[in-house]
Design a protein. Structure first.
Length: 342
């Protein structure tokens, strides 16, 4: 069996590859661009060089020909489409690139799969399209369901990134309904852990704390909106969910909310991370206007009961363990000198 991961060099893609190598006998093909950073998959490069179940394939979501060639060459049984311009704050300054990569890129990929299926009637892959909880956007407190945001809550995207993920979400369902493809869509809520990019709030907090501990910057943590409410899942629980999605009775066209079980304000997350630091008593917080979104999706609390009922999945890794692992990840990066100031 072959699995294809777009975005394998990202946090989620690299953890998904680790999970599949450990828990299945599948070969794993990862889609890379020539300029993709390899930090998150550095531990896999030896296996890739030895062709030991790990293979890197060149393709770009913005190049249709490369996608067609790659899909026809690999013919993956399972496709996890994780690649995206995934930074909401960046999308405000690069909306066209965000929409092109995330919406048209998803369309190009699904079209490449459809063409391959048309040429080989026996080829019937299972496809996971990764949307985002950001599609729900800014839900007023008085309209938030008591059990959390469920699948049929209306979309109200609050950034160009969120708008692009609405398009991604709808494209997945369209290709399932129009062409009979086994495509399923997920809206994963906040998920984090080791390898999380430093443009996300909890990761930049951890990175700054690690740099302060190492004496590289003043004992100041720059922050954005600390009142935003988030529910956290561990990335390792997330990739386990994605494997279950494609292997437990996959239903074409279905869509699921998935998320963690621990909810708190962003400011509480910072205090949790500080609690693991020997420098906590001398660190102070300073608001940074550049870290503020124009509009914030500030009530991100999921109802994942539909997915749990279908697969039996539930989060297993505690919030505290996730945050401690994230901080330790940045401590190791800082010690190696493998970071940029942010």
């Amino acid at each position: 069996m072959k699995a294809l991961i777009t975005g394998i060099t990202g946090m989620v893609g690299s953890h998904l590859c680790d999970f599949l190598l450990e828990n299945t006998d599948w070969d794993v093909y990862g889609v890379c661009r020539w300029r993709s950073p390899l930090d998150n998959v550095e531990h896999l490069l030896g296996r890739a060089n030895d062709k030991d179940r790990v293979f890197f394939k060149y393709a770009d979501l913005n190049d249709q020909t490369s996608l067609i060639t790659m899909i026809q060459d690999v013919k993956p049984d399972y496709i996890f489409h994780l690649a995206a311009q995934s930074y909401p704050l960046t999308s405000f300054t690069a909306p066209i690139d965000t929409l092109n990569t995330n919406v048209l890129g998803t369309c190009r990929l699904l079209e490449s799969v459809r063409l391959a299926m048309g040429q080989d009637k026996d080829y019937k892959p299972v496809v996971h399209v990764c949307a985002s909880s950001e599609v729900f956007g800014k839900i007023p407190a008085d309209k938030k369901p008591e059990t959390g945001i469920h699948e049929d809550c209306p979309f109200h995207p609050a950034s160009p990134y969120a708008i692009s993920k609405v398009g991604t979400d709808l494209l997945g369902r369209y290709y399932a309904e129009a062409y009979g493809m086994t495509v399923m869509t997920t809206r994963m809520f906040t998920h984090t852990g080791p390898r999380r990019g430093d443009v996300f709030h909890e990761s930049t907090f951890a990175k700054q704390i690690a740099m302060i501990e190492a004496g590289l910057i003043e004992p100041i943590v720059k922050v954005g909106n600390l009142r935003s409410l988030r529910t956290y899942a561990d990335v390792r629980d997330a990739v386990r969910a994605y494997h279950m999605l494609v292997t437990i009775d996959p239903i074409p066209g279905e869509y699921y909310n998935i998320g963690g079980a621990y909810t708190c304000e962003v400011g509480d997350t910072l205090h949790t991370l500080l609690g693991f630091s020997v420098a906590k008593d001398r660190i102070r917080m300073v608001a940074d206007p550049e870290r503020m979104r124009l509009i914030d999706a500030d009530l991100q609390v999921p109802d994942y009961s539909k997915f749990q009922t279908h697969t039996g999945w539930k989060p297993e890794i505690s919030y505290e363990q996730t945050m401690e692992d994230l901080l330790n990840y940045w401590r190791k990066r800082v010690k190696k000198g493998s970071f940029l100031t942010r």
